[in-house]
Structures are given as structure tokens and as C-alpha cells.
Design a protein around this ligand. Structure first.
Ligand SMILES: C[S@@+](CC[C@H](N)C(=O)[O-])C[C@H]1O[C@@H](n2cnc3c(N)ncnc32)[C@H](O)[C@@H]1O
Length: 245
């Protein structure tokens, strides 16, 4: 009897999955995969440098990214204790950097980077702190020596690379051995497809990303969720702590 149900439901499940994938593909923005890398980088700078970028802080409040993100640090789900030199990649308006300044070691060095100079200026104005260094940089070509940081955060940036591997390789390179990193990224889910449409990014598959990280010596230490509800409905995208081995 069980076998019969299994036989009946398996093809149905496969069909449903396939339909979902088609829907994702229809919604998902494919500019990142079709434009030249030069065109795409210009587009990202224009989008974040323009009015949408100016609304990023408000959008992060509405989506609860700022308060729920803060909770990850406050409750030490991602523990900043002991980290002396932290790189925040794609700082945007300084959403994550503000948590690093608040919950990190008081004398930890914090470096904020972004592809967009305009966003870096917004981060500087919002953070109102002399502690961080602000460096314009592309995630795929980080201007730092190997092993420069023992902590790294990268929130919703990796999906702005057509191929995540060069970005992951750069993050692995600048982290010290035993260094820890918090990576947040848009997942290949229904809500992720809408995010991609709004911000011209791609979506990432969790299993594929895990395989790529592990190939680069970034151990998938723990998967994190903003709330229990996020875990149940698989929302909020990929949020993972990685450790360089
Ligand atoms: C969605 S915002 C994320 C802001 C913040 N990290 C957060 O978690 O809310 C993405 C940021 O990544 C930056 N960005 C996009 N592509 C990048 C790249 N290749 N290298 C560095 N930063 C990039 C954008 O300019 C933007 O400020």
C-alpha cells in the first residue's frame, strides 16, 4: 500500500518541482547571464548608485533584514568574539557593518568594501563612525593580501557575480586559516526569483554552493535561519557560517 502511494506521489512531486522551476525561470532576471561582464558591472553600479540604492536601508527595514540580521550577532549565532580584523564585502548602506561595530570586539578592525562608491558614501554617512576603513573593491578581485582577515561578512553580494566561484575563491584567499565567515545569498526559490528581478542579480542553489565552498576549503559550519518560521517556509535565502580549513 505504502509503495503504491509512493509510486503515485513521486511523479506528481517531480512534476510540481519542474513546474516551479519553469515559473522561477520566468520570473528570474537573466541580465546577469546574458550581458557582458562590463555591461553588467555598469548596471549594478547604476542600480545601487541611483534611487533604488538610496532606498536600500528602508527596504532592509521593511524586509526585516536589519533587525533580524542584528539578532544573529546579538545572540552570537554568528559569534564575533575573538575576531580582530573583519572584512564586510558589499557593505551597501552599512547594514551589516553597523552590527559589526556594535557587537564585535571594541578594538576590532572593520573594513567595508563595495563596488559602488556611492554606496560606500551612504555607508559612511549612515555609520557615523571613524572606525571602519572604506575601500572600493570588486568581490571578484579583492585588493587585499592573502590571509588578511580572521572574519568576513558578505550579505547578498555573491549573487551579483555571474559565476560565484571567483568571488568565493577571493573570500577564501583573504581569510586566515581558521577564519570564519557569514555568507548570506539569494536562493533559487520563488521569493529569490523575485529578488533577482528587483535587483538584477541571479539566484544560487544551496547544494551547489555548498559543494563549491567545500572545494575551496570553506567548511560549511552551520546553516542559520533568521527565525523558526523562516526555516519552515524556507525564506530569507541562504545564511551560512563557513570556516576556512
Ligand atoms: C543587496 S546589497 C547588500 C548590502 C548589505 N551587505 C546587506 O546585507 O544588506 C548588495 C551590495 O553589493 C554591492 N555589489 C554588487 N556587486 C558587487 C561586487 N561585484 N563587488 C562588491 N560589491 C558588489 C552593491 O553595490 C550593493 O551595495
Amino acid at each position: 500500500m505504502l509503495e503504491t502511494i509512493e509510486e503515485k506521489t513521486k511523479p506528481q512531486r517531480t512534476k510540481r518541482k519542474r513546474r516551479k522551476k519553469v515559473l522561477h525561470r520566468l520570473i528570474e532576471n537573466d541580465m546577469i547571464l546574458t550581458a557582458s561582464s562590463e555591461e553588467y558591472r555598469k548596471k549594478v553600479k547604476r542600480v545601487y548608485g541611483g534611487p533604488k540604492g538610496a532606498l536600500l536601508t528602508a527596504a532592509s527595514m521593511v524586509s526585516l533584514h536589519i533587525p533580524l540580521g542584528e539578532r544573529l550577532f546579538r545572540t552570537r549565532k554568528f559569534d564575533l568574539k575573538g575576531l580582530r580584523s573583519i572584512l564586510d564585502i558589499g557593505s551597501g548602506a552599512g547594514q551589516i557593518a553597523s552590527h559589526l561595530l556594535k557587537y564585535g570586539e571594541p578594538d576590532a578592525k572593520v573594513t567595508c568594501t563595495d563596488l559602488s562608491n556611492r554606496m560606500l558614501r551612504r555607508a559612511r554617512n549612515r555609520l557615523k563612525s571613524t572606525r571602519p576603513d572604506f575601500v572600493a573593491a570588486d568581490l571578484a578581485h579583492l585588493p587585499f593580501a592573502d590571509g588578511s582577515f580572521d572574519g568576513l561578512t558578505c550579505g547578498y553580494v555573491l549573487e551579483h557575480l555571474p559565476d560565484p566561484k571567483p568571488g568565493l575563491a577571493e573570500m577564501a584567499r583573504v581569510l586566515t586559516k581558521g577564519g570564519r565567515m557569514l555568507l548570506l545569498a539569494t536562493e533559487d526559490s520563488f521569493s529569490g526569483a523575485w529578488t533577482s528581478r528587483l535587483w538584477y542579480c541571479r539566484t544560487l542553489n544551496r547544494q551547489e554552493l555548498r559543494r563549491q565552498c567545500e572545494e575551496l576549503g570553506l567548511r560549511w559550519k552551520q546553516e542559520l535561519w533568521f527565525t523558526k518560521m523562516h526555516k519552515v517556509v524556507r525564506a530569507g535565502g541562504i545564511c551560512v557560517e563557513l570556516e576556512k580549513i
